[in-house]
Write a protein that binds this ligand. Structure first.
Ligand SMILES: Nc1nc2c(c(=O)[nH]1)N[C@H]1C(S)=C(S)[C@@H](COP(=O)(O)OP(=O)(O)OC[C@H]3O[C@@H](n4cnc5c(N)ncnc54)[C@H](O)[C@@H]3O)O[C@H]1N2
Ligand code: MOO
Length: 398
């Protein structure tokens, strides 16, 4: 099987995906999910003209004053009457503009003596301090497109638009299998010839927010029987993610095991570094992504393939990894024959590549905030050259 380009491999992964369908959930439970349909406002915001400042509301006619203060409009307690020329009401930020009012005087610009209100010479009433009815959105308008991810601001918008429940994509169930004879589940009990099985926990942490449930299997031994057993226990999960046993060694059994089970191996090996021995297979409704065992390779390929797959199944309109252009903070040598993903930290100068490039080095991975993406065979770059970068949600303040 020849090596695919990243673009080709992603197309093969995503072309075969049908979103899982939708369900109606309480708006707060929609966090992290994707809207299944465009969201139309059920109310207008603001529902009426409001003051944007604390001060006084008056008619737009006589802006020089003086005025007589005839009442107050507070949030939740509007002024009931109607203003005529020469009258004003005390008003709070967010309170309803009374009928007949067309301007707001900041309280810093007002002189008040009992009911008597006049200008103090610092400024005049202005309609600019009015938030007009419907300036944010009007009932019936689309406020969020289908496939949008619900984050904190989208949640607030949906609630303001009058929605107590939202139609969102169903999330896939995921099974994660650690495989390797050397792996132990208890990190405190790893002998010299052993290694804590960290990939499964890492992948689970990455996918948790995108999955309906995550089951962890293994670590499983390097035998066909053990691997077949784990794949069987993964049952009918929508997505199975394996790690390890994906390369060319005598004990790399993931591909033969999947073939034995009658899965269709769509591709194996992608021209990327790290992550070359990545595999995609399908069996019935299950998509199997075989990640390489090296932890950094597993992390990078989960960012590149597993996350887009889960987003697509969950109904995202744009499931692929997001990248942005950024200056390099340090020079980089010419690229190798595969497309490369370099761990990087971000600073004022841009993206600074981390010197450690070994694909087993977790300490370097744990400091990375981004991946610098370099096309295969690209020329050497200087500091300040613009490169594509993928920001990571990897601890820190991201
Ligand atoms: N002759 C060749 N050797 C290798 C090639 C190649 O093309 N020809 N490719 C290399 C590349 S690139 C990678 S990446 C690795 C990936 O190999 P596998 O997917 O078969 O992974 P393993 O050999 O099982 O493990 C590699 C490494 O990762 C550790 N590991 C595995 N699973 C876990 C886990 N769940 N948690 C933590 N660490 C894990 C494992 O102990 C090994 O150290 O192959 C190269 N070799
Ligand atoms: O691709 Mo391997 O993932 O370079 O270490």
């Amino acid at each position: 099987m020849s090596m695919l380009s990243l673009e080709e491999a992603l197309a093969r992964l995503l072309d075969g995906v049908t979103p899982l369908g939708s369900e109606q959930v309480a708006v707060e439970a929609a966090l992290g999910r994707y809207l299944a349909a465009p969201l139309l406002a059920r109310r207008t915001q603001p529902a009426a003209d409001l003051s944007a400042m604390d001060g006084y509301a008056m008619g737009a006619g006589g802006l020089a004053g003086p005025w007589r203060v005839v009442g107050e409009s507070r949030c939740g307690h509007p002024f009931g009457g109607s203003l005529v020329d020469g009258e004003a009401v005390r008003i709070s930020t967010g309170a309803l503009m009374p009928s007949g009012a067309g301007a707001v005087l900041l309280q810093e610009n007002a002189a008040r003596d009992g009911d008597a209100l006049s200008l103090n010479g610092e400024g005049e009433p202005t309609p600019r301090h009015i938030r007009r009815e419907g300036f944010d959105f009007a009932s019936g308008e689309t406020v969020l497109e289908a496939g949008t991810r619900i984050g904190a601001a989208q949640l607030a918008l949906a609630m303001s638009a009058g929605h107590g429940t939202l139609a969102v994509g169903k999330r896939p169930s995921v099974a994660v299998i650690d495989s390797g004879e050397e792996l132990v589940s208890d990190p405190e009990a790893a002998g010299e010839h052993q290694l804590p099985a960290s990939n499964g926990a890492m992948v689970e942490a990455m996918v948790r927010g995108h999955a309906s449930e995550v089951s962890r299997l293994g670590p499983v031994k390097d035998s066909m029987e053990a691997l077949l057993g784990a794949l069987d226990r993964a049952g009918d999960a929508d997505v199975v993610v394996t790690s390890g046993g994906a390369s060319v060694g005598d004990h790399d059994l993931v591909k033969p095991a999947l073939e034995r089970l009658g899965a269709e191996v769509n591709f194996w090996r992608v021209a990327i570094r790290p992550g070359k021995p990545l595999m995609l297979a399908r069996k019935g409704k299950t998509t199997v992504v075989g990640l390489p065992g090296n932890p950094v390779s597993a992390y990078v390929t989960a960012v590149l393939f597993v996350m887009p797959l889960l987003r697509a199944l969950g109904g995202a309109s744009d499931p692929r990894m997001q990248t942005m252009a950024m200056p390099l903070a340090a020079p980089m040598p010419e690229g190798g024959p595969r497309m490369e993903f370099h761990r990087a930290v971000l600073d004022e100068a841009g993206a600074a590549p981390i010197a450690e490039r070994d694909s087993s080095a977790l300490r370097a991975l744990a400091t990375a905030q981004a991946l610098i993406i370099r096309p295969a065979g690209c020329p050497a770059s200087r500091a300040g050259d613009i490169v594509q970068v993928c920001c990571l949600e990897n601890g820190g303040i991201a």
